[in-house]
Design a binder for this molecule. Structure first.
Ligand SMILES: CCCCCc1ccc(-c2ccc(S(=O)(=O)CCO)cc2)cc1[C@H]1C[C@H]1c1ccccn1
Length: 240
């Protein structure tokens, strides 16, 4: 059922990204190396280069108490919160509202010396993934971001080099109801998070610089983002 011009591409890519995200790092072949760990958060990468450019796929898994997958995906998707948690942003704008669950973003990121400044243009899609019969508990939620084109924002015309990215945030909520039949509180919910990203820097940047940047920025990003959502939701009713 084509609902808009990007529907077919989005639906195909979301299904592909979600099925890959659900594979553990053990299953999807060898090659994943753990490069950062902090409590429940584990970050893996595969060292890959295209035309001599570092495009290391990244897969992070994390478990966070007190928030739901719907809440995480809501704060990740919605533009109004992005400057609060995305520290490498210089500018961000919604170029087009395709649907209430599908936006096109244009972002410029702070320059990382000695590389030139980067920008990205991507569609972002928020989706609830109904559980199949035998998986009990709340539904899964995902946000997929994938580079796209737009006539008003041609690549590499200004000062920025256009990067190409595919990102998937996949969240599964677990509810452990209290024994005494009391209502569910935030102490009874846990969210299992898988964050996958592939960023092609778009133009040459020193491999050592890129790998150092990823090693520094990705753990910082996931910790900061999850802490932000915990803080934003702690006094609000639970959004399942
Ligand atoms: C020479 C550096 C070239 C690459 C710079 C760059 C650009 C965009 C991005 C990026 C763009 C989008 C996303 S997201 O998950 O869709 C959320 C929305 O913002 C995530 C990361 C990353 C990086 C790399 C810094 C690295 C880095 C890693 C995590 C956070 C910030 N920066």
């Amino acid at each position: 059922v084509a609902q808009h011009r990007l529907w077919k591409e989005i639906d195909h890519l979301v299904k592909q990204e979600v099925s890959m995200a659900r594979l553990g790092v053990g299953e999807c072949g060898t090659g994943w190396q753990l490069f950062a760990e902090d409590g429940e958060m584990k970050m893996y990468r595969r060292e890959e280069e295209i035309d001599g450019m570092v495009v290391d796929p990244l897969k992070a898994v994390h478990v966070v108490k007190g928030i739901t997958g719907h809440e995480l995906c809501h704060y990740f998707f919605s533009p109004q919160y992005r400057y609060d948690w995305e520290t490498t942003l210089e500018t961000m704008q919604v170029v087009e509202t395709i649907a209430d669950d599908t936006l096109i973003f244009q972002q410029t990121h702070k320059r990382i010396w000695p590389a030139s400044q980067r920008d990205c243009l991507f569609w972002s899609h928020l989706r609830r993934l109904p559980n199949d019969q035998d998986t009990e508990g709340p539904d899964m939620w995902t946000v997929v971001n994938h580079s796209t084109e737009h006539t008003d924002y041609p690549a590499n015309t200004g000062k920025c080099v256009r990067i190409f990215l595919t990102v998937c945030l996949l969240c599964q909520t677990q509810v452990d109801p209290p024994k005494d039949g009391a209502p569910i509180s935030r102490d009874n919910i846990t969210c299992k998070i898988t964050y996958c990203s592939v960023v092609n820097p778009g133009g040459w940047a020193p491999a050592s610089v890129l790998r150092a940047v990823y090693k520094r920025e990705y753990p910082k990003f996931l910790k900061r983002f999850t802490s932000y959502v915990i803080n934003q939701t702690k006094n609000k009713s639970i959004m399942f």
